[in-house]
Design a protein around this ligand. Structure first.
Ligand code: NAP
Ligand code: ZN
Length: 363
């Protein structure tokens, strides 16, 4: 068994300001990468700027990262980072800016390379990265993954390079500005990570330990998620904790079928990541039940449900409306069958029929 998480994690109120010297010590000039507005709204950008200024560290701000960042968007940001001589990167926001920060750190460090490098297996390093999450889903602050939209392949895919952030500053106060839909979608994404990692050929006792603790932590918040209101600081803090644990688990196992299927929905139907994966989670658990997965009953109970039917109703309430046509199903199944990495993560036999059952279970 192997377990390796090199990211220094600070999970506390005031994490950024408390550890400003450590963030600033990553380099001389920071390239701050954010989405369009949440980093300002949450106060996270303000904290990062204060942290840098109090340590006399220079910075430039790039605030144009959109949801599901594309390879083209990374290259545009890279031009700015290269032009200003940045030597470390700080990502602030949800998974989109945090993933973008990693890919930009790779491309800025390797100045003379072009976008093809992102998807080539090469031994090259990235600039140091610090991450500040403002959603409770991706765990990107501790994972080595950066998932980008590939317009050339009409899907989303993680870059080939494993880039672990050096520092993650996790502070629940940034979540209180997020709309209910963002909290629900990202909390469901974290649950998918936990379940897809738990039922996974690469899972170990270490990753299962993270998942089990993550299940129980996540379950404490299921009523608030269902009601979609009255979230407390403690809810945000626990959901962030669960998503970071899930990130540590998928760093070792990767994700599985719900993630593999979701990329089609996000690319073709613009469905947010957490919602797109959540749609397939009841079907994936039903597949585990039918495959007689030994821990199936304990997982359902650990995540706070009596049975799968109750879980399916919960997911339907949280994700809201969506439409999957027969054509979508055919295309998703074909895309999945052509993805040996995701298929090989499944601990039981899976083929076209099982994939169709997983997709159709929620309809
Ligand atoms: P996101 O795409 O980063 O953000 C979704 C929306 O929420 C954006 O409009 C964003 O606004 C807003 N937002 C974020 N935090 C907010 C806050 N605290 N208050 C108000 N609004 C807020 O969402 P995400 O679900 O966290 O990330 C999804 C991406 O992560 C996908 O690309 C997915 O593939 C990737 N992902 C990566 C990993 C990994 O291991 N690296 C794992 C799973 C998923 P702004 O645009 O203004 O910021
Ligand atoms: Zn995910």
């Amino acid at each position: 068994m192997e377990f390796y998480i090199p990211t220094k994690v600070y999970h506390e109120d005031g994490a950024v300001l408390n550890h400003s010297a450590e963030i600033a010590s990553l380099g001389r000039k920071a390239f701050i990468v954010t989405g369009k507005s949440s980093a300002v709204k949450t106060g996270a950008l303000d904290d990062v700027i204060k942290a840098l200024e109090s340590n006399d560290t220079d910075y430039i701000l790039y605030d144009k990262i959109e949801e599901n960042p594309s390879v083209e968007a990374i290259m545009e940001a890279t031009d700015t980072g290269r032009g200003h001589g940045a030597d470390f990167v700080i990502g602030i926001g949800g998974g989109s800016p945090m993933d973008a920060a990693k890919a930009i750190a790779l491309m800025v460090q390797n100045r003379d390379t072009a976008e093809e490098v992102l998807y080539k297996e090469l031994k090259i390093k990235a600039l140091p990265v610090a991450e500040v999450p403002t959603t409770c889903g991706t765990g990107s602050e501790v994972t080595p993954y950066a998932i980008l939209t590939r317009n050339d392949k009409k899907t989303k895919q993680s870059i080939k390079h494993r880039i672990y952030p050096s520092v993650a500053c996790i502070d629940a106060k940034y979540l209180k500005y997020a709309p209910v839909s963002v909290i629900r979608n990202t909390a469901i994404d974290a649950l998918c990570h936990l379940i897809e990692s738990y039922f996974n050929k690469k899972s170990t006792e270490y990753t299962k330990m993270l998942c089990k603790y993550g299940f129980r932590t996540w379950a404490k918040n299921r009523v608030a998620l269902f009601d979609g209101k009255d979230f407390t600081y403690e809810n945000y803090n626990q959901l962030l904790f669960a998503s970071t644990l899930a990130g540590m688990a998928i760093s070792h196992t990767g994700t599985s079928i719900p993630h593999g299927l979701s990329y089609y929905l996000t690319y073709n139907k613009n469905i947010p990541h957490g919602k797109a994966v959540g749609i397939f989670l009841p079907g994936y658990l039903n597949f585990m039940k039918k495959s007689l997965a030994s821990d199936y009953n304990s997982v359902i109970s650990d995540i706070g449900f009596d049975d799968l039917e109750e879980f399916k109703l919960f997911i339907k309430c949280c994700v809201g409306e969506f439409c999957i046509t027969d054509k979508d199903i055919c295309e998703m199944v074909q895309e999945m069958l052509a993805n040996p990495v995701k298929l090989s993560s499944v601990p039981y036999d899976i083929g076209e029929k099982e994939l169709r059952d997983i997709i159709e279970y929620i309809r």
